[in-house]
Design a protein around this ligand. Structure first.
Ligand SMILES: [Cu+2]
Length: 130
């Protein structure tokens, strides 16, 4: 009976060693994940002021880089207008600003979000995220 005690001790030691190795593998995955997170948030902060009047935006094309933190400030020099970007959940009204992360590449149409009159449908532009 005494003979079995050292054997079970060895098995326990082997089990602990195996567990330690498994732990080492999962530790290796953690730095890779945090590196990807910091790469996504390394974009520049950009502020774009858009002036709106009846019936156009002065910026028809807004170009940013993917990952940028984009602030759009809308200034109504004439009339009452808003700016809404399709594909992003972003809308800003005159006199205000909105900040979002341009995390999707592509071209996204924006348009006036307030019925402002006869030329309302012509108030469009494009956000280009590259
Ligand atoms: Cu409008």
């Amino acid at each position: 009976m005494n003979k079995w005690i050292p054997v079970s001790g060895l098995l326990l030691a082997a089990a602990l060693t195996a567990t330690a190795c498994g732990g080492g593998k999962s530790d290796n995955a953690a730095p890779a994940a945090s590196a990807a997170a910091s790469a996504a948030s390394s974009g520049a902060a950009r502020t774009i002021t858009v002036n709106a009047k009846n019936f156009e935006f002065d910026q028809k094309e807004i170009k940013v880089k993917k990952g940028d933190s984009v602030t759009i400030a809308l200034n109504n020099s004439q009339g009452n207008h808003g700016l809404k970007i399709e594909g992003y959940d972003v809308e800003v009204k005159g006199g205000k600003s909105v900040t979002f992360t341009a995390d999707k590449a592509g071209e996204f149409n924006f348009s006036c979000s307030i019925m402002c009159g006869a030329g309302h449908a012509e108030m469009t532009g494009k956000l280009i995220v590259e």
